[in-house]
Write a protein that binds this ligand. Structure first.
Ligand code: FAQ
Length: 328
């Protein structure tokens, strides 16, 4: 288990024991009925903490996720691709703003979240710690990382915490455009010249292992799934989300004549589930804990942005600024 196995379970049990049993029962009954929990409603401390952890990591992933694609804006082939990619990257940063706002409703300030990101305390999605060497890498991200994000987020948009679900609904609509754009880019390369096809295939070979990691550790070792599913924050397990993604996208990838770097990947028609080589969870653990190929570079860019934007924030918050409404 990633959260420390038994120790983590004991901490969860202890946290729940400290709650008022009556309030807890009312809260759980509301969730059972499919009601949304809103910021001013009573909630167990563990629900609040888990939501902050998950929404904050999600927000950081959107911000950091803009970086590998962002570097391709000036090098995207042609004016239309540049425009589309610029709009997509802008959307991703906007998603982070929505998510930071949703997390703030639970009591953690945006400043603290940003500080925890740039100090390396908070996590963000494993996949953005890999380099986008070629244009085809950027196309892979736009199609399949967005596709993975949609599988996860359309499910969780039906979850229990109102502000997060509403943010996810809007995010998913925008991600659907990204996915169509990314699919178009991949089709273009996969049906192009031999050099373009080769470039696309190499991107699939590079990105497939982190894509398998993207849905989180296997259910056998996932630390938080049980409690998050009980309270309808996560609407399905990591393995089920991974399976759904494989079901929807592997046939489309194979249709384009591309291959995936896993000789064991196949659908078991009897069980309806995909079989694959178990992802390397040790590599995953290293990457999410700061030791991936690009972790240092990604955080350095965020730190630089934070430093360079300091004067703007200071000016906006100055009592003399016309953008600040004086307190009555
Ligand atoms: N990367 O017990 P579980 C996007 C950590 S948005 C890094 O299974 P949980 C848009 C986990 O935090 C992509 N860390 O955890 C875009 C925990 O560590 P902790 C992000 C990961 O929360 C597209 C530990 O492992 N999406 O791509 C990952 O139940 C293109 C144990 O794991 C979201 O954040 C990972 N992949 O399930 C932008 C969606 N997986 O905190 C730009 C919301 C696990 O104990 C371009 N989040 N960990 O230290 C979720 O659905 C869940 O949090 C999971 C993980 C499914 C990611």
């Amino acid at each position: 288990m990633y959260g420390g196995g038994n120790t983590f379970e004991k901490l969860q049990t202890k946290a729940l024991k400290d709650e008022d049993p009556q309030l807890l029962a009312v809260f759980e009954a509301r969730i059972e009925r499919g009601e949304k929990i809103e910021p001013t409603d009573w909630m167990p401390d563990l629900y609040r903490k888990q939501l902050i952890r998950m929404i904050e990591q999600h927000a950081h992933s959107e911000i950091i996720g803009a970086l590998p694609e962002g570097t391709w804006i000036t090098r995207a082939p042609g004016f239309k691709r540049k425009l589309a990619l610029m709009a997509k990257v802008q959307d991703e940063v906007g998603h982070a703003q929505l998510l930071y706002s949703a997390a703030e409703t639970l009591g953690k300030s945006r400043e603290q979240m940003i500080d925890d990101l740039i100090s390396g305390k908070s996590k963000y999605s494993n996949i953005f710690n890999y380099p986008a060497f070629t244009w085809a890498d950027s196309c892979f991200i736009s199609w399949l990382v967005d596709a993975g994000a949609i599988v996860n987020q359309t499910a969780n948009a039906r979850g229990s915490y109102g502000p997060y679900c509403r943010a996810l609904e809007r995010i998913c609509i925008e991600e659907s455009f990204h996915l169509k754009y990314g699919h178009h880019c991949v089709i273009h390369l996969a049906t192009g010249t031999p050099i373009q096809r080769k470039m696309m295939q190499e991107a699939f070979n590079r990105w497939w292992p982190p894509m398998m990691h993207f849905f989180g550790p296997s259910d056998k070792i996932s630390a938080h799934t049980e409690v998050l599913m009980k309270w309808k924050v996560k609407m399905d397990t990591n393995d089920n989300m991974r399976n759904q993604f494989l079901d929807m996208y592997v046939p489309k990838i194979w249709e384009l004549g591309l291959t995936l770097p896993d000789p064991n990947l196949k659908k078991n028609e009897e069980t309806g589930r995909w079989e694959y080589t178990e992802p390397d969870w040790e590599e995953f653990k290293r990457v999410i804990n700061g030791d991936g190929p690009c972790n240092a570079e990604r955080l350095a860019v965020r730190r630089m942005a934070e430093e360079r934007g300091r004067w703007v924030r200071k000016a906006l918050l100055s009592p003399k600024s016309k953008y600040v409404t004086p307190l009555a």
